[in-house]
Design a protein around this ligand. Structure first.
Ligand code: URA
Length: 189
């Protein structure tokens, strides 16, 4: 049985399934249009997200928001969330057991939003959604179809902040996203 948004957010908000609940300040469930055509999945909340309880509001969030605008879309039209909903201390990668504990929530979000296109921001987002070994430098910008939904890996915005030379490739990926959404729209989707 599919849960409602209210039930899902309630479950996420009181979650104690893994150790990340012990160090979090705020849970960061995700936000945006509950019927978005375009969804973004990141890795896990950073310090600012943990403080505000919102995804992608720090420096990498500012960059992500600018990139979304650059393809003519408002951030509020999209749905944005992460693999894990609580901050891993020191911004380390989530451990496999932490990600596994949280995956049901992500599946619930995807089932409720039913986006046409899902953008996977970085390797961790790819690892827990596509059952394939993904190398972002090799596989960014490739389309993967799963049950009628299109997935595209691209660089995590924090990787772009660390290495601005990657922005060119990320920009090309975002153009592909824009084209895919136009194509879906013209096909009546
Ligand atoms: N990095 C992520 O992966 N997610 C956020 O919400 C913020 C930074």
């Amino acid at each position: 049985m599919r849960v409602s948004w209210a039930e899902l957010y309630e479950q996420i908000g009181s979650c104690q399934k893994c150790r990340l609940c012990e160090t979090r300040h705020r849970v960061v469930p995700g936000e945006g249009n509950p019927h978005a055509k375009l969804m973004f999945i990141g890795e896990g909340p950073g310090q600012e997200e943990d403080r505000q309880g919102r995804p992608f509001v720090g420096r990498s969030g500012e960059l992500l928001t600018r990139m979304i605008h650059a393809i003519g879309i408002e951030r509020s039209e999209t749905y944005i969330c992460n693999v894990v909903k609580c901050r891993p201390p020191g911004n380390r990668n989530p451990e496999p057991d932490e990600a596994q504990a949280c995956l049901g929530y992500l599946r619930g979000q995807v089932a409720l939003v039913r986006p046409k296109v899902i953008v996977l921001l970085g390797k961790i987002a790819c690892r827990y959604t596509l059952n394939e070994e993904i190398y972002i430098t090799r596989d960014h910008g490739r389309w993967f179809e799963r049950k009628g939904t299109w997935f595209i890996p691209t660089f995590h915005p924090s990787a772009l902040l660390r290495d601005p030379a990657k922005k060119r490739d990320a920009w090309d990926d975002f153009q592909k996203i824009r084209e895919k959404l136009s194509q879906i729209e013209s096909d009546g989707g």
